[in-house]
Write a protein that binds this ligand. Structure first.
Ligand code: ADP
Ligand code: MG
Length: 645
């Protein structure tokens, strides 16, 4: 039975105008179980013939059938399958992968066959034993002698069955003793039923074969058949194949392992490649976290003005030089405001500096005259004690609420409630202490004393002008409409508009807008960093493909399909980026812990969203920038790749 049939096969190389024929009109058929030696001088076309036989190269014209099926019509993947399942290559220079040990090298073709890990290892171990290499399984190729390496490569050729063994000068690089061992193994394989096609220029080696074909200048010049035996008794062992899904899952897992190995082998380079992604992801996540934190802090500050609050101040606006002289706001204005239907509460603001005296201590403090509702209006809380009641305000009672600074400065840890302090020689009884407040920026060192505004005007300060009025609008009222109405009302009362208003909602909106714009701006810069990182990954992957061309060629020769190679390099790129992303996120977490410990003004707020988006982006970058190098790798021509050093 014919296993190989070639009809009128030509192989020429186009070099500009002239064609160089490496093979001319080759007609050749080889029986199953035969042992054929191909002889000829260097440059006669032996290797070209072997490459076409093994589907590593394609003929320029003619027909080539394996087991009766035309190879010329097959696509690249089908040819890869033939290399994987039918052929087994033995090269003069072994072509083992230097990063894998003997066992892994032998088992490699099984990955592309789709065998499960355990079965693969078992088969490889059996072959190692057969060739007397059982104690060498952990050794890398550079730790093995030439003869041992060639035995490993024979085992590799056999692991998927190796129905047809193609050996291109298998003893060419070996000393005579090792060569003899190798030839004995090959002869033995023939006896077991493998079809052997062997290239040599050594008559002694050729004498092992049944049939000797001589070629010269790309043509067969003689074909001698000795009285040899065809060993067709070989049984096809059925190998367990998995379902398609298992096959894909398994291939993916193997590609994953290989990529991880490649990354581990080049630790430094991988780290440098990742660095771009690490910096990119870390900056994006940090910026978002800082943005969130500062925004929250700013909003807290804005909120401390109080929601739905309108402040009425004298003058035409901030920076009005005349404002200090304008004393038009009166308590009566505040009283009118408090009667409006949409007003929740009103607090007139009266402020002055003065001297507090308590026992033998005296400190400068600011005094604020406020209404009973000043806590609500200004969104403040009490630590201890109670608020003013309406009667205390109306009757100008001599009561005061102090802030934490005053508490510390005058009373220290001592309870201040019920104590009497003198402010500008007026006694004031302390009825409450305000809660501590976090404020943006440097801590407020001023002391504040709050007293009812009537007390401030009639008892302590003795004047009736007020610095401003804080109006809190009812919750369900639009503060802008309320503001417009307040302006109208007050303009009518005063006869002209000699005041201006600040709406807390407008401030909040403005601050929010600024914070969002800032985050967007800084994020875009961080995204640029990420893209630069991605280009770095692409660059390194391209270099890596060039550097590993030989490896890719070997993988293809033993049966890797293009998509296997593509998958391997793509996974490697994605893995690099993903690892970079994870390291970047970890760094950010570390940074945020340090930051939050040492910076009190605001916190970095890491959100799960940001982390997930960062991971998604690093994967996307891996795919985006890894695809081109991976495709380049998968499109390599196997023989050109193999020829690379
Ligand atoms: P052998 O293995 O018998 O030494 P080869 O099969 O390697 O010879 O080469 C046969 C001929 O084809 C040689 O003349 C060689 O120069 C030519 N050849 C092989 N590959 C190429 C190629 N890629 N481009 C041009 N010429 C080639
Ligand atoms: Mg050659």
């Amino acid at each position: 039975m014919k296993i190989i049939e070639m009809r009128d096969v030509n192989r020429y190389f186009d070099l500009g105008n002239n064609k160089i024929y490496a093979l001319k009109n080759i007609n050749l058929s080889i029986d199953k179980g035969d042992f054929v030696a191909i002889m000829g001088q260097s440059g006669s076309g032996k290797s070209t013939l072997m490459n076409i036989l093994g589907c590593l190269d394609s003929s320029s014209s003619g027909s080539y059938k394996v087991n009766g099926i035309e190879v010329v019509d097959m696509d690249k993947d089908k040819q890869a399958e033939l290399r994987c399942k039918t052929f087994g290559f033995i090269f003069q220079r072994y072509n083992l992968l230097s990063s894998l040990n003997a066992l892994e090298n032998i088992a490699l073709p099984c990955i592309y066959y789709g065998l499960e890990n355990k079965t693969r290892i078992k088969k490889a171990e059996n072959l190692l034993n057969d060739f007397g290499l059982q104690d060498r399984s952990e050794n890398r190729p550079n730790e093995l002698s030439g003869g041992q390496q060639q035995r490993v490569s024979i085992a590799r050729a056999l692991i998927n069955g190796g129905e047809v063994i193609l050996a291109d000068e298998p003893t060419g690089a070996l000393d005579s003793k090792s060569g003899e061992i190798v030839m004995k193994i090959i002869k033995n394989l023939h006896e077991k039923g493998h079809t052997i096609i062997l290239v040599t220029h050594d008559k002694n080696i050729a004498s092992y074969a049944n049939r000797i074909i001589e070629i010269k200048d790309g043509e067969i010049i003689s074909d001698t058949i000795k009285n040899g035996v065809l060993c067709e008794t070989r049984e096809e062992k059925s190998t367990d194949r998995r379902s398609r899904f298992d096959y894909l899952r398994y291939q993916f897992y193997e590609s994953f392992k290989m990529s991880l190995k490649a990354i581990k082998t080049h630790k430094m380079r991988s780290l440098l490649t990742m660095l771009g992604i690490i910096i990119g992801i870390a900056s994006v996540v940090s910026v978002v976290a800082l943005g969130n934190g500062s925004k929250e802090k700013i909003m807290e500050n804005v909120n401390s003005i109080g929601a739905n609050t309108i402040i009425v101040l004298p003058g035409k606006g901030f920076g009005d030089k005349e404002a200090a002289k304008i004393k038009t706001l009166k308590i009566s204005d505040a009283e009118i405001f408090s009667k409006l239907s949409y007003v929740d509460s009103v607090s007139p603001n009266i402020a002055a500096q003065g001297l507090i005296v308590y026992k033998n201590k005296s400190v400068i403090s600011s005094l604020e005259g406020v209404s009973a509702e000043f806590l609500e209006v200004n969104n403040k809380k009490l630590e201890v004690g109670r608020r003013f009641n309406i009667f205390e305000v109306k009757n100008a009672a001599a009561v005061a609420i102090i802030d934490q600074n005053t508490q510390k400065e005058i009373f220290g840890e001592k309870n201040a409630l019920g104590e009497i302090i003198m402010f500008n020689k007026q006694p004031l009884k302390i009825i409450g202490v305000m809660a501590h407040e976090d404020n943006f920026g440097p801590p407020n060192m001023n002391l504040h004393v709050y007293i009812p505004y009537m007390t401030a005007m009639y008892k302590v300060l003795g004047n009736q002008e007020i610095a401003g009025i804080t109006v809190k609008i009812s919750d369900n009222i639009n503060s802008h409409l309320a503001e417009d109405d307040l302006i109208k009302v007050l303009t009518v009362i005063h006869g002209k508009k000699d005041f201006f208003t600040i709406n807390s909602d407008s401030i909040r909106k403005m601050v929010e807008d600024i914070a969002n714009t800032m985050t967007l701006l800084v994020s875009s810069i961080a995204v640029i960093a990420l893209v630069v990182g991605g280009i770095g990954v692409m660059n390194i992957m391209l270099v890596s493909v060039t550097e590993r061309t030989k490896e890719i060629g070997i993988r293809m020769a033993i049966g890797a399909k293009r998509k296997n190679i593509l998958q391997q390099f793509l996974i490697e790129a994605v893995l690099l980026c993903l690892m970079g992303g994870i390291v970047g996120i970890l760094l950010t977490i570390l940074f945020s812990v340090v930051f939050n410990n040492f910076v009190n003004d605001f916190k970095m707020i890491l959100s799960l969203d940001a982390v997930l988006i960062a991971l998604f982006f690093s994967t996307a970058i891996g795919i985006l920038f890894g695809y081109m190098p991976a495709r380049n790798a998968s499109n390599l021509n196997p023989i050109e790749a193999l020829a690379r050093d």
